[in-house]
Design a protein around this ligand. Structure first.
Ligand SMILES: *Cc1c(COP(=O)(O)O)cnc(C)c1O
Length: 423
């Protein structure tokens, strides 16, 4: 029996309608930006396997470091104990974050990093004896799939079955170019001293359709939040580690967030790990002789040494001149292709921030294409060995940094063919 058939008998896949989805493709090996299936077909992974991979698949340096760690210490309880990889990662991470970030709290993934940030924010106010009940977020935000993370995400058909169980959040429209003034006016009316936190994906809203907005308007919103004492949470789970052209999207800003959430690229996409960082003021609000001011939160695999080691190895690679040059190179290639896309009638709303290039597909006359343009595009590209996964009609590139210019061109060429096909 094939792996796909065995899979179909026992597994349930994420974000997948199991009744209608085609059998999953069995991947047996990865190398650089390429994935290889059981029949030796190759796929160019231009979405970094759901935005996690930074340096290519099965990177030998990360593999070496993790396997060394695996032989030394695979895991240890992180309450009452510590270990070198956890300490070293925090020591190396804090200096490359906005300068006010002073403490690192580990968890398991992006959603838990957001949960921890929300709990820190609510409990911060609780510990100060001034509880604040409200969070402000963006309409099309995505912060993860656990309940707290879902509550602060944009409400949609995906969260509808859970709507009665999600805490109240006030929403602002995403301040995309042209809408800044209107969003700021709405924000003026929304922010008050009841707001515990304002959470945002800085500059690029990933799952909400790769919507991009300018640093200036986020700076203004953050200033407004801070004016009312609200804490700002920067969810950099997707934007972190170079995607936006700087190490973190927050580095494009003048204002500094109070809390940050990191995951995905944190380990170079090797293992699951989440990080929440915060300012000294937030950390200090939990210091007390009163036990009930403790942050009562933790996961079994908090600060897993293997995941921390993967992160340390990934950071070595990320900070190398070679990778930093690649980030600029990819941004440059995207920039040129973006110019070309703007001329195409099957494309609208071309946008780019660093290594992320996104645009909307506009189908021509054929109604059948229009109604399922996402599946048409996905399958068309997959048939040509290109792994891209449109968000509705939004197609985007978010490649690992090791992707060569030739590979990028392969992706661009497949997209050109797709555009000609649908227009
Ligand atoms: C993916 C994502 C999350 C959730 O991370 P998981 O590891 O999938 O739980 C949270 N925030 C943003 C911005 C993301 O892109």
């Amino acid at each position: 029996m094939s792996l796909s058939t065995r899979d179909a008998a026992v597994l349930w896949h994420p974000f997948t309608q199991m009744q209608t989805a085609p059998l999953p493709i069995p991947i047996v090996r990865g190398e650089g930006s390429l994935l290889f299936d059981a029949e030796g077909r190759q796929y160019l992974d231009l979405i970094s396997s759901w935005w996690v991979n930074l340096h290519g698949h099965a990177h030998p340096y990360i593999a070496e470091r993790v396997s060394e760690q695996l032989r030394t210490l695979e895991h240890v309880i992180f309450a009452g104990f510590t270990h070198e990889p956890a300490v070293q990662l925090a020591e190396r991470l804090l200096p490359i974050l906005p300068s006010n970030q002073k403490r690192v709290f580990y968890s398991d993934n992006g959603s838990t990093a957001v949960e921890v940030a929300l709990k820190m924010a609510f409990q911060y106010w609780h510990n100060l004896g001034q509880p604040r009940p409200r969070v402000i977020a963006f309409d099309d935000a995505y912060h993860g799939d656990t309940f707290g993370a879902m509550a602060v995400g944009g409400r949609s058909a995906f969260s509808a079955p859970f709507a009665p169980f999600l805490f109240d959040v006030s929403y602002l429209p995403t301040p995309i170019p042209g809408c800044e003034a209107a969003v700021l006016a709405q924000a003026e009316a929304l922010f008050d001293n009841d707001v515990a936190a304002f959470i945002a994906e800085p500059l690029v809203q990933g799952a909400g359709g790769m919507q991009m907005y300018e640093p200036a308007v986020l700076d203004k919103l953050m200033r407004l939040a801070h004016h009312h004492g609200a804490l700002v949470i920067a969810d950099e789970v997707m934007t972190g580690f170079g995607r936006t052209g700087k190490l973190f999207a927050s580095h494009h800003l003048a204002e500094q967030p109070d809390l940050m959430c990191l995951s995905k690229g944190l380990t170079g996409g090797t293992m699951a790990l989440g990080v929440t960082t915060c300012t000294a003021a937030i950390y200090d609000a939990f210091l007390s002789d009163d036990k009930f001011k403790t942050l009562f939160h933790g996961h079994s695999f908090t600060a897993n040494p293997l995941a921390c080691t993967a992160s340390l190895a990934s950071m070595d690679l990320l900070l190398s001149v070679e990778t930093q040059d690649s980030i600029k190179r990819i941004a440059g290639q995207h920039h040129a292709f973006a110019e070309e896309l703007r001329q195409h009638k099957a494309v609208s709303n071309v946008r780019q921030r660093g290594t992320i290039l996104a645009f909307d597909l506009v189908a021509g006359g054929q109604a059948s294409y229009f109604s399922n343009i996402r599946d048409v595009a996905y399958n068309f590209l997959l048939d040509r060995g290109i792994l891209m996964r449109p968000l509705g009609n939004v197609l985007y590139f978010l490649p690992p940094y090791c992707t060569t210019n030739e590979q990028l061109e392969q992706g661009y060429e497949a997209v050109r063919e797709l555009l000609d096909e649908i227009s």
